[in-house]
Design a binder for this molecule. Structure first.
Ligand code: FAD
Length: 383
């Protein structure tokens, strides 16, 4: 057993830190949150570092990294800059992972190099009013229209980043069979019949939340993820990308907790009350200690899940455990950090309140924590 990153991973980590320091700033993170703006301008700079290619195979222009490299990238970017993390996730996760895991050879050759060059962003549109946790209940319809096209009609809500994505990975019902009747289409955001409306939300505002209406949207069947032969295979394609999704969510929440903890720690060492710094009070010490324990446990769960994925082992239970623990941990830690910092943390200008709002999404998004617990219960043989 070895808890160290390889020298290459360590150097890569330092490269990301240097990039974040050079190209982003806390002011940028505050500004994009306030203006609810996707920081597009960072994408060419991120592409220039090669970060976009790290987790893609060399044959498509990447450098062949594994799930540990992916976790490391997400953790470092989310720790360093919300702007950089958002710019990583839309291309690499929402578009890239879906195409890498499920795309046809032709699609991989065409789209992955564009993603690696920072020129293509995607979003993933699954959720509908009647299909939240019960994802297989989607009713947005894809109907064959002649030999070469499908027509999509329906409505999605709560879709992250749809307003800036080039392609909307749209889950549609193409057959009445619950699991063998879902097809994922890569829909051009600008296609006639697609309309997108941004909806205000509590946190992570640089990544929009959108409603999408599809009105007779005509899509070539070549745009089915996996090609025409992947018709009705969408459910299984979605399942295949869940492992990386859980690693991604868990790693980003470790980062969120880490920066909140560090801010509370620094504050506790300098803030004086009753004639001494507040870190001398045992109540504050224990709060900080509990945060440190929580973060350490969460980080270990992330990297254990990533290590299993990188070794090719089944890790869906490990991924769910990491997702549940890290998202609930980040909510605990950010709120504890606010308590340690006191009134200043409640001002809108404080970063802590922003991170705390961000952390509240963790247990809800990407498969709620109840659903993750159901997956764990199944793996434990309880269901
Ligand atoms: C900020 C944000 C970003 C999002 N981004 C995207 C995106 O990019 N793409 C996308 O497709 N979706 C996205 N979503 C949707 C998200 O995945 C859903 O909100 C989530 O899956 C839960 O669905 P729901 O909100 O309809 O809640 P519901 O499914 O109605 O759940 C409500 C509550 O009931 C619980 N529950 C439901 N069923 C069970 C059960 N069987 N047993 C126990 N408890 C249960 C849930 O755990 C939850 O606590 C986003 C949501 C938000 C808020």
């Amino acid at each position: 057993m070895d808890f160290n990153f390889t020298p290459e991973q360590e150097a890569y980590r330092q490269m990301i830190r240097a990039f974040v320091k050079r190209e982003t700033s806390p002011e940028l993170d505050r500004e994009i949150e306030e203006n609810e703006r996707f920081p597009e301008e960072l994408m060419p700079k991120l592409a220039g570092t090669g970060i976009y290619g790290v987790c893609f195979p060399e044959e498509y222009g990447g450098t062949g990294g594994n799930a540990i490299d992916f976790a490391l990238t997400v953790e470092e970017l989310a720790y360093g800059s919300e702007a950089a993390a958002a710019c990583y996730l839309l291309p690499v996760f929402f578009a890239g992972q879906m195409i890498l895991l499920n795309g046809s050879e032709e699609q991989k050759k065409k789209y992955l190099p564009q993603i690696i060059a920072g020129k293509l962003k995607g979003c993933f549109a699954l959720t509908e009013p009647g299909a939240g946790s019960d994802a297989a209940a989607i009713v947005t319809k894809g109907v064959a229209d002649g030999p070469d096209h499908f027509v999509i009609n329906g409505y999605k809500h709560y879709i992250s980043g749809a307003d800036v994505a080039d392609y909307i990975m749209t889950c549609t019902r193409t057959d009445s069979d619950r699991y063998n009747g879902i097809t994922i289409f890569m829909v051009d955001r600008k296609a006639p019949g697609v309309s997108i409306r941004k909806v205000a939300k509590l946190g992570s505002r640089c990544m929009s939340l959108c409603e999408i209406t599809y009105e007779n949207v005509r899509v070539p069947k070549e745009m089915i993820i996996g090609g025409p032969e992947a018709l009705d295979r969408g459910w299984y394609q979605m399942m295949s990308s869940l492992d990386m999704e859980r690693i991604m969510v868990a790693a980003s929440h470790v980062a969120l907790a880490q920066k909140a903890y560090e801010q509370a720690l620094e504050h506790a060492k300098v803030r004086e009350q009753f004639g001494r710094v507040i870190s001398k009070f045992q109540a504050i010490q224990w709060q900080l200690v509990n945060m440190a324990i929580d973060i350490e446990a969460g980080r270990n769960l992330v990297y254990k899940a990533a290590w299993k994925a990188a070794s090719g082992d089944r890790m869906s239970m490990d991924g769910s455990i990491a997702k549940v623990f890290c998202t609930e941990m980040a909510a605990r830690v950010t709120q504890s950090a606010m308590q340690v910092v006191g009134g200043q943390s409640y001002l809108m200008e404080s970063d802590l309140q922003r991170w705390t709002r961000m952390a509240l999404l963790g247990p809800i998004g990407m498969g709620t924590n109840n659903i993750q617990r159901m997956i764990i219960a199944t793996a434990l043989g309880l269901v």
